[in-house]
Write a protein that binds this ligand. Structure first.
Ligand code: HH2
Length: 293
């Protein structure tokens, strides 16, 4: 392991600067919007657009200006639909290095979307506030320890190596969450620092992604905030064929219904239209209570 990645000044006794960041975010009485910043050449919908550090930082500024509550920065595509190319740790760090501190300096919480504990630790030390683990602490056995040592919030996302159309996906996600929560508990990660995410598109058929959104309230029983990332995902294409960048309408529909069904955070590429859609949906809900004239 490179020494630059090993340094970690934080311990359980000295939590990360953003220790209460999740509680502060969740205290807002509206759904939160996480903006996606992919510093990658190969992300499924915007690969290569923000690999250049200047373009990445400009995109982060734009996401903030358009209303992002959290910026989710990733430098290794998770490729929900297969063909993932694992990026060596030093390359992942090299992609992030010219970008991360500047994005943190924008003043809104940053989550680091990574599978590597060393990258998570390094990013938290640079001021990232949240770890986004698309294998829900079950991918690398070192991840839970890093999260615990930094006192950082973590997004536990459900994943599977491959989709199995024959399974009950809600039961599978529930079992996965139970296993992740057990790992988190044993590592000393506080429950107040955990967000659950059914992982739309990951190891799921398009139908199973639809089910996870439609039956999201099944996961409310955990009593933890729920995140849904449906943005531009392939299940939209199976309902209404469109290339990834042309899936805004489907993304909005999915996120509005996810919020109706209990999502507190939505993860999106298209910030301004999402913020507008959520605001209008909330205004309509408020108008239900208005006296009819
Ligand atoms: N989806 C992607 C990546 N990370 N993290 C969470 N918690 N939830 C998600 O649904 C999720 C995620 C895939 O989207 P994107 O980052 O645009 O693609 P890629 O992984 O190809 O970079």
């Amino acid at each position: 392991m490179a020494s630059s990645l090993q340094r970690s000044p934080h311990s359980a006794a000295s939590p990360a600067p953003g220790a209460d960041v999740l509680a502060r975010l969740l205290a807002q009485a509206r759904p939160l919007v996480m903006g996606v910043l992919n510093v990658t050449p190969d992300s499924f919908s915007d690969g290569g657009r923000f690999l250049d550090p200047e373009k990445a930082i400009a995109q982060a500024r734009r996401l903030r200006a358009e209303g992002a509550d959290i910026l989710d920065v990733g430098a290794e595509s998770t490729r929900p639909y297969g063909g993932a190319v694992r990026v060596p740790r030093e390359e992942e760090r090299a992609r992030l290095a010219p970008v991360l501190a500047e994005v943190v300096a924008l003043g809104i919480p940053v989550s680091i979307d990574t599978l590597k504990p060393a990258i998570a630790a390094w990013a938290l030390d640079l001021g990232a506030a949240i770890v986004n683990d698309v294998w829900g602490l079950q991918g690398d056995p070192g991840m839970a320890g890093v999260v615990a040592a930094h006192g950082a919030p973590v997004i536990i996302m459900h994943n599977r190596q491959s989709a199995d159309p024959s399974i009950d996906i809600v039961a599978d996600v529930t079992t996965f969450f139970l296993r992740s929560l057990d790992i988190a508990g044993r590592a000393g990660i506080a429950r107040k620092n955990i967000v659950l995410d059914p992982g739309i598109g990951f190891g799921k058929t398009p139908e199973q992604s639809l089910i996870c959104i439609a039956q999201l309230d099944a996961f409310r029983a955990f009593g933890l905030p729920l995140l849904v990332g449906a943005s531009r995902k392939r299940f939209i294409d199976t309902v209404a064929p469109a290339a990834p960048a042309q899936r805004l309408g489907g993304s909005l529909a999915a996120h509005l219904i996810a919020v109706e069904n209990g999502a507190k955070i939505v993860r999106v590429h298209d910030m301004a239209p999402t913020v507008q859609a959520l605001a209008v949906a909330a205004a309509i809900r408020r108008a239900r209570a208005a006296p009819a004239r």
